[in-house]
Design a protein around this ligand. Structure first.
Ligand SMILES: Nc1nc2c(ncn2[C@@H]2O[C@H](COP(=O)(O)OP(=O)(O)OP(=O)(O)O)[C@@H](O)[C@H]2O)c(=O)[nH]1
Ligand SMILES: [Mg+2]
Length: 293
């Protein structure tokens, strides 16, 4: 099927290609339990009938207290780096990440906002038009979890109710283990349900094979730390893939619905034109978005 269809833009890096629907972190606090793309979305993607979605950039805003690790989370995903030194974000910053989802190009514009009170009014000016709101807190600091309610309220004030996907993200997972981690996650899952958010625990710090692998001549085995921490930036890539897939699917469905509602219905006009009854074909009457080129 793909071979005779025109490619939509330059290819993206391999680790930004999403072919199967990414899974939730915990079924106890997730936005959708399903494991596949919506049937209509899969069909539209196969036929490349996704309208302008391939050109669309969805806005994601990341909010939360200062020092919780918002910038670190974004930098781990977009640049695969981790900086131990704290440099407060002043106002806002953003990164654009390109994906290919079910064969269709798709981009996220990820807005990193300042957690410091003195920058709050600058940052809040950028909340509008978000398709995804990520509220971040530090798993080792319960105060920051309490504050996520307020951050979310502020972000929602600038957006239409019910129009955004909400995520609650516990950061610095590497600093907690065992019962302490379970306790922190249980509290967060409870709050996520209250907020109608999906919950994820992540670490921007965990290093992968690049830092842990022995010299190039020796046979490299999966480092022991991977067993508990996984690859670099535990859950970071999985989390953003989930964000991208949910936002993408919603965009395609909205686009299909919009196009369906603007299609002429039988009986809409004065006459029902029979096929071949006029020199003007039905195709020439279709809205431009349904054309093949
Ligand atoms: N151990 C550990 N430290 C982290 C992690 N993520 C961030 N940090 C550290 O936490 C500190 C704050 O991180 P930032 O990402 O700058 O925090 P921020 O939320 O962007 O802060 P503001 O920009 O002031 O709102 C830095 O010293 C980071 O190195 C993590 O996953 N694990
Ligand atoms: Mg920051």
């Amino acid at each position: 099927m793909r071979s005779f269809l025109t490619p939509l833009g330059p290819p993206v890096s391999r680790d930004r290609v999403i072919t199967t629907f990414p899974k939730w972190y915990t079924p106890d606090a997730c936005l959708q339990l399903k494991e596949h793309f919506h049937g209509q979305v899969s069909t539209a993607c196969q036929l490349r009938n996704t309208g302008t979605i391939g050109l669309k950039i969805s806005k994601v805003v990341v909010v939360g207290d200062l020092y919780v690790g918002k910038t670190s989370l974004i930098h781990r995903f977009c640049k695969n780096v981790f900086d131990r030194d704290y440099k407060a974000t002043i106002g806002v910053d953003f990164e654009i990440e390109r994906f290919e989802i079910a064969g269709i190009p798709y981009s996220l514009q990820i807005w990193d906002t300042a957690g410091q009170e003195k920058f709050k009014c600058i940052a809040s000016a950028y909340y509008r038009g978000a398709q995804v709101i990520i509220t971040a807190f530090d798993l080792t600091d319960v105060k920051t979890l309490d504050h996520t309610r307020q951050w979310l309220e502020d972000a929602l004030r600038e957006n239409e109710a019910g129009s955004c996907f909400i995520f609650l993200v516990g950061t610095k997972k590497d600093l907690l283990s065992g019962a302490a981690c379970e306790q922190a996650e249980a509290e967060a899952v409870h709050l996520a349900n209250e907020m109608q958010a999906e919950y994820w625990s992540v670490s921007a710090k965990t290093e992968g094979w690049a830092a842990l692998a022995p010299g190039p001549r020796r046979i490299w085995r999966k480092p022991r730390s991977w067993l508990s921490h996984g690859p670099p930036g535990e859950n970071v890539k999985a989390f953003f893939s989930r964000v991208a897939a949910l936002a993408f699917e919603q965009s395609v469905l909205q686009d299909l619905e919009k196009r369906h509602s603007t299609q002429p219905q039988v009986g809409d006009g004065d006459l029902i034109r029979m096929e071949g009854s006029s020199t003007e074909t039905q195709d020439s009457k279709r809205p431009a978005s349904l054309g093949c080129c």
